[in-house]
Write a protein that binds this ligand. Sequence first.
Ligand code: ZN
Length: 196
Amino acid sequence: MFLEPRLKNTSHKKGWIEVICGSMFSGKTEELIRRLNRARIANLKVEIYKPAIDKRYHDTEVVSHNSNAVASTPVPSSLNILLMSQDADVVGIDEAQFFDAEVVYVCETLAQRGVRVIVAGLDMDYLGKPFGPMPALMAIAEYVTKVNAICMVCGDLATHSFRKVSDNSQVMLGEKDTYEARCRYCFNDGMATEKN
Ligand code: ZN
């Protein structure tokens, strides 16, 4: 489990970047919420953002699958986060895979300002390919946590998000009816079946 690092020199505020990634149903958002709640307990000023594209459930909340809701601000582009989080100690970013490539610059700028940045997102899309800015975010982060789901076919650890309905767009929002967490083997089985 991720524990917050202790900083030796508290007179100089140092920021850093944490990435929480994994497939659908892997508990990414729950982990993001857990870390943000602990920061709140430490009396830090916490701001949470998500891309305006993600309109599942509710417009102004980061909502995980177990309904552990945290109020968040939908933003049209990642640059909005820089302007809006002027006095935050901790910035959480959910569904980061849907952001533009500039989210990398945004996270680096915030960290340099002394902000702790916690980013959660899907590491792979429905084809099993690296998703949007996530690979770059993982590369520049101090801490990367990859969380796994359970394969809904065989019960092993799941790393992939299998889309149960045929649709070729990378962005397709949905939950239990649309996606299934799968291990590599069951994911590839499903993809092979779909092509035939
Ligand atoms: Zn499996």
